[in-house]
Design a protein around this ligand. Structure first.
Ligand code: UCC
Ligand code: FAD
Length: 578
């Protein structure tokens, strides 16, 4: 053959075909479901007022902010424990991009917005819409923001501004030089779920009314934060603590002194993690750090639950935002990648795969923004008792369910890119690695399933009544749209079988807790999708609601019929596993 030097792979040439990479457009402008959700939940005047900022931010998260996030993945934090002369320094070195994300968070008002309350109860929706946009681009900075917001909300809700007003003003500042972040230290080596048994940290009273804390915190994320809320056990005059949950109190502390040196803390090591690698997560030895008690003695768990509500809502926002991101990338890629003679978006089976991911994403978004709506009502003091109960009930449900969806959709999403989805330098695997933490931190799936039961019992069943009433109200809104009658009756059936199951199976609730939580979440999601479709009256939304309700609503009934929660099922589970 002549002219062999012109063959495509000859010499130094590596071929002529290069796959066009997936790109992101403006993440607000492209997300019509988010826009519609906000239009439905906000008065028009508020939506029009926040729209320009969301549009601007939607562009930033696909451009400069995304670059900062990518940089944080490349330049991960490291710990310098000793200086050249052997002195212990315990310095966490973060990259410039991480510090820039701190400044972006302040100037964009990511924490400030809901506390400024310029848009009354709708301020939360506005803020959470920004956080949703920020999450998959923000290099895990949303993690410290979650704890920062949780701390600010705790200070506000617990009326602690007298003592902690200065901290509150730092946490909610738009000035990067003043803006503080907070940690949330609950987990110790003996246990992160059962903190009542797991907490070994002791608090010793000082003459001036403050305390010093001694202990070992096993997971502390964003250890470059300025302050933290934590749990410890106050010792009596003989040095004896009260065991169990009733011995725990909540404390406020600042990590560094005025010169920026850690105050009686040593950073033992940074965690070597599957994902969230952008985020410094450390083990801390507390060797007498000064702290202020900010709960009643023995009320630590109940008090820190104000923070948990916020961080669990952030977790849910993060899950749905991750889903949106991978769907957006996979959708764009499908218009660029060819196989078997056509673009993969023209293969109907691939399009079905994408549309199922989109339905999951919309169902999750509907539930999460419903929670955010309720949070806005609660913190502006206008929520009814029923709405407060509903928020309490939905928070663990949404956290646990969206976290699982987040992992499943990220995994499916990776596959949409074929082998490239598995390649680290595309940035796509990080979406899966980072999603995998969402079911673990802030309460695992089982623990949150039990938390739903806790909320149910504590309200003597009223939470369930409120939940059912709210679903009925949503279905009512769809009554005028004929094509929603099918999905509405599926939700009604699911609701009544849930009610029957709960009332008739008090002894089985623990065994059924996880399936029950999933069913409660799916049923509520169905109702939210129906409400949305009734509001828009558009065919696409009606199809989404119909598909969701046709596919998702039978779990508890199936489990019960299969004897999964019967008296001997636990013994059978044990024999299968062991
Ligand atoms: O993982 C962590 C940080 C990660 C970084 C942040 C990321 C955020 C997302 C970012 C996205 C990018 S921090 C660690 C998180 N740890 C947990 O979530 C702990 C999980 N374990 C539990 O939730 C358990 O259920 C415990 C610890 C709450 C169980 O403790 P107890 O002491 O056994 O619980 P009790 O006795 O049932 O509850 C004590 C009191 C009760 O109130 P009273 O005494 O008035 O009856 C409960 O009703 O606390 C109340 N309580 C609650 N109240 C318990 N949980 C709640 C709740 N969720 N809401 C309201
Ligand atoms: P365990 O409590 O030992 O649980 C092990 C398993 O047992 C879980 O699957 C759980 O669901 C199951 N289980 C336990 N009890 C029950 C039960 N009664 N019924 C059924 N199943 C049960 N913590 C902080 O306080 N601050 C932080 O900043 C922080 N950052 C983190 C960052 C990362 C990246 C990670 C991975 C974790 C972080 N954590 C943090 C810790 C996290 O909150 C805990 O890991 C989590 O709460 C679980 O606790 P554990 O690891 O002790 O697991």
């Amino acid at each position: 053959l002549k002219n062999q030097e012109k063959m495509p792979f000859s010499g130094q040439q590596i071929g002529e075909f290069f796959q066009a990479q997936p790109n992101l457009g403006n993440q607000f402008a492209e997300d019509t479901f988010l826009q519609d959700t906000l239009k439905r939940l906000m008065p028009n005047k508020v939506y029009e007022a926040v729209n320009p900022d969301l549009t601007k931010f939607g562009h930033r998260v696909a451009t400069d902010i995304m670059k900062l996030g990518e940089q944080c993945e490349k330049e991960q934090p490291r710990l310098i424990q000793y200086d050249a002369w052997g002195k212990r320094v315990d310095k966490i070195v973060t990259c410039q991009a991480w510090r820039d994300l701190h400044d972006v968070s302040a100037t964009e008002g990511l924490i400030a917005i809901p506390y400024e309350r310029q848009y009354a109860q709708w301020s939360r929706l506005y803020q959470m819409a920004k956080l949703y946009l920020f999450n998959p681009s923000g290099g895990l900075y949303p993690c410290p923001l979650a704890m920062t917001d949780g701390a600010a909300r705790s200070i506000e809700a617990l009326d602690l501004k007298g003592n902690l007003g200065e901290a509150f003003s730092h946490l909610t500042s738009r000035d990067p030089k003043r803006f503080w972040t907070s940690g949330q230290w609950m987990t110790e080596r003996k246990g992160g779920s059962d903190v009542g048994e797991g907490t070994e940290t002791l608090a010793v009273a000082q003459d001036d009314g403050t305390y010093r804390l001694y202990g070992y915190k096993w997971f502390t994320s964003a250890t470059d934060s300025d302050m933290a809320l934590t749990l410890a056990r106050i010792v009596d005059d003989d040095g004896q603590p009260t065991p169990g949950s009733k011995g725990l109190s909540m404390f406020y502390l600042e990590l560094r002194d005025k010169d920026g040196n850690l105050q009686n803390i040593s950073i033992q090591r940074l965690k070597d993690k599957l994902g969230t690698r952008q985020l410094p997560t450390a083990e801390l030895l507390l060797t007498g750090i000064p702290a202020i008690k900010v709960s009643d003695e023995g009320r630590g768990v109940a008090t820190i639950s104000h923070m948990l509500t916020i961080t669990r809502i952030y977790n849910s926002i993060s899950a749905v935002a991750g889903m949106r991101r991978i769907v957006a990338l996979a959708r764009d890629f499908s218009t660029k990648r060819r196989a078997f003679g056509k673009l993969i978006c023209d293969h109907s089976l691939h399009m079905q795969t994408l549309s199922r991911m989109e339905v999951e994403t919309r169902a999750a978004l509907g539930l999460v923004f419903e929670m955010v709506r309720l949070l806005g009502l609660e913190e502006t003091g206008i929520a009814t008792e029923q709405q407060r109960l509903l928020l309490r009930f939905l928070t663990p449900m949404a956290k646990l369910y969206t976290a699982k969806q987040g992992v499943a959709v990220a995994s499916e999403g990776l596959e949409c890119f074929g082998g490239q989805g598995y390649m680290e330098d595309t940035g796509i695997p990080a979406l899966l690695r980072d999603a995998q933490v969402l079911p673990i931190w802030e309460g695992t799936t089982n623990i949150l399933s039990m938390d739903i039961l806790r909320a149910l019992m504590k309200s003597s069943g009223e939470s369930l009544e409120v939940y059912a009433n709210e679903i009925q109200t949503k279905l009512q809104s769809g009554a005028s749209v004929q094509s929603l009658s099918g999905p509405s009756s599926r939700v009604s059936c699911a609701l009544s079988s849930l009610g029957t199951f709960i009332m008739g199976s008090q002894d089985k609730l623990e065994m059924a807790a996880r399936d029950l939580a999933y069913s409660l979440a799916r049923t509520y999601m169905g109702a939210c999708l129906i409400e949305h479709a009734a509001w828009s009256n558009c065919e696409e939304d009606i199809t989404v609601a119909t598909r969701w309700c046709n596919q998702e609503l039978d779990l508890v009934t199936v489990g019960n019929n299969n004897g999964c929660y019967s008296n001997n099922s636990s013994a059978l589970d044990r024999s299968i596993v062991m």
